[in-house]
Unconditional design. Sequence first.
Lengths: 219, 215
Amino acid sequence: MTWDWHFVGQILPSLLGGLWLTVVATLGASLIVFPLGLLLALARRSPRAAVRTSVVTVSELVRRTPLLIQLYFIFYVLPSAGLLLPALVCGIVGLGVHYATYAAQIFRGGIDNVGRGQWDAATALSLPRHRIWRTIVLPQALPGIYPALGNLVIAMFKETALFSAITVQELLGRAREIGIDNFDYLEPLVLAGCLYFAVSYPASAAIRRLERRSARRPA
Amino acid sequence: VLIDIFNTLVKGLTVTVEVTVLAGLLAAAVAILAGTCRLSQRRSVRVGSGAYIEFFRGTSALVQLYLLYFALPLVGVSVSALMAGVIVIGLNVGSYGAEAVRGAVLSVPTGQREAATVLGFSRWAQFRHVVFPQALIVLLPAAGNLLIDTLKLTSLVSLVTLSDVTFQGQQLRLNGSSPVAVFGVMLAVYLGLSSIIASGIAWLERRARRGLHVA
């Protein structure tokens, strides 16, 4: 079988539509990942031991099992509980929760990096707790972890390919379907691979450049 | 009912464990090779291993698996589903492992190597007795996470017809078992396997620290 450019031209619009859905899914999941990740990171510092242990247990459970099974769980189990969500929403929720546990670790690292003296000074000034977080700790914790969070978003973007297993017609799902319909997987799958790469590679290269630049500038 | 489900899922355990072990070995070999090549003095070796790493990190394992299993046979490269799973998961995890290896080797202070040179250690003895034991301690936690990632990725082989734990679970669901029970037990099986890996790595970490005075 030889590479058919005409076929490529025919399927490209459909695949680009799939890429768009992939991007939407990534952004949707990010809306869950960042707030939930920060919440989990803060909950791990809770004065109540019960809160801390349950956060740790649930996070480990999520991180140590495959995302694919978690997506199946949401997709097949929630309807039997009477909650019928569109497949795309199931995917976004599953991806969001899974990656929130990773984001929590990144947030935790950033927060731990804020010097003790900052806390002591803020406490000495008797600032209320929420003001310490909002105006002192988080503004110092966040800039250092932007690259790591950016890499997390890229990882999510690639991982949305799993949505095809729960019937979402995103980029890989469309490529697969075009392959089945035409008995020809070569062009659609190679093209899909190139499209994923065309987004994720420049994005991670940009993050690396950003990281190098901020490493040179003394904080 | 839960016992029945468990017994059916266990049939897929052989495949899951087989793919995890083989892909894990491949990943370790490739990670060490590509990781050290990244530190080579030759530009061509560095660029070559860099290209491998970027290629496998640029797309997800599922895309790579479909490419190898569905697309490559059309240009005459045909592999079994098991081989495809092992190769893709091994090379994919290996590309992440390579960066971990590179970081671990770089984390050993140059002074250690210089001291070994002064003491007349050969290059191999330097690596074996000075660099490797110290790099290993830095590497093990990352290796543990990557091994758990390997296990998690093996669930993808169910999408290319291999009858692993995930595949068996899907069959159960299609045959009318309650999805809550099937996926609940399935999550528990994967959690059990990951926990075995995690405690194995923790044991190795304790062993590696023995006799080394490092924090």
